[in-house]
Design a protein around this ligand. Structure first.
Ligand code: ADP
Ligand code: MG
Length: 258
């Protein structure tokens, strides 16, 4: 049993986009090395949760709190959150034409290393690590020399997110539908990387609808987001029940969907 204190603790988080309140009191906590799977109907606010925690300026925090390793996450800007050890993989990773992938990732990694009190990696050492990680993930080396995600396929973008995850080795990783667009080898790479990183202490919040992958992850908790909060908490049996009967099975969810 994992008894270490939570590395991410979110309490009663309320988040609005424009005039609309999307999260209305979301509470969750994740311990080092553990995996929490978040499920929820389309539009239930799963991406909002990740983006708000990462500090996207469009998501307005209206209330609640979030602590990362005991520090006030919501008091930090997005960069500070990343330096403090938070990582978010985007559901739809954007491309950054004109910025080379290897320079982008090395810059991010060295910023994080600086925050950890580690020496920066030079281009040579970085490339060695990046190539090894890319190989594990099934991303061709040539992708390192191209602009970030520019012309990448859906699966290649997701692999590029995994590459960043592997190199940054964050305290907390929020993976937003990382499996969508991935082939079977890609999904295997996700499961392998999550297993390896959690052994080193990374905590995961994994948003997914994909039962087979969820089962392979052996999650510590399965959470259902609904009505702007964590409406249900369970284990794999909850994921299986959702897969079998859908999100409308809960009376509240059925009401909200009407
Ligand atoms: P999920 O990831 O669970 O599918 P999201 O967090 O992406 O859901 O979205 C939650 C709700 O917020 C949806 O109803 C969505 O339409 C709305 N939403 C997301 N982004 C915006 C935006 N920029 N402006 C207005 N509404 C938005
Ligand atoms: Mg989403």
């Amino acid at each position: 049993m994992n008894t270490s204190p939570p590395v991410l603790q979110v309490d009663e988080l309320r988040v609005a986009i424009g005039q609309r309140e999307i999260l209305r009191g979301a509470t969750l906590s994740v311990r080092p090395g553990s995996v929490a799977v978040v499920m929820g109907a389309n539009g239930s606010g799963k991406s909002t949760l990740g983006l708000a925690l990462a500090g996207h300026p469009r998501y307005r925090i209206e209330g609640g709190s979030a602590q990362l390793a005991g520090a006030d996450l919501l008091a930090m800007n997005a960069e500070q959150r990343a330096r403090a050890g938070l990582f978010l993989s985007f559901q739809a990773p954007p491309d950054i034409p004109g910025v080379k992938n290897n320079l982008f990732i090395r810059t991010a990694l060295n910023a994080v290393r600086e925050a950890r009190g580690e020496a920066p990696l030079d281009a040579f050492d970085f490339l060695g690590q990046a190539r090894a990680a890319a190989k594990q993930i099934g991303l061709p080396d040539t992708m390192l020399g191209r602009p970030v995600n520019d012309g990448f396929s859906g699966g290649e973008r997701k692999r590029n997110e995994l590459l960043q995850l592997a190199l940054l080795a964050p305290k907390v990783a929020i993976l937003d539908e990382i499996d969508s667009g991935m082939d079977v080898d890609g999904v295997r790479a996700i499961v392998g990387l999550i297993s390896a990183l959690r052994r080193k202490g990374t905590a995961f919040v994994v948003v997914s609808h994909y039962l087979q992958m969820i089962e392979s992850l052996e999650p510590d908790a399965v959470l259902r987001l609904g009505e702007g909060r964590i409406a249900e908490t369970g284990g794999l049996e909850l994921a299986r029940e959702i897969a079998r009967t859908g999100f409308a099975r809960a009376p509240q969810a059925a009401g909200a969907a009407a």
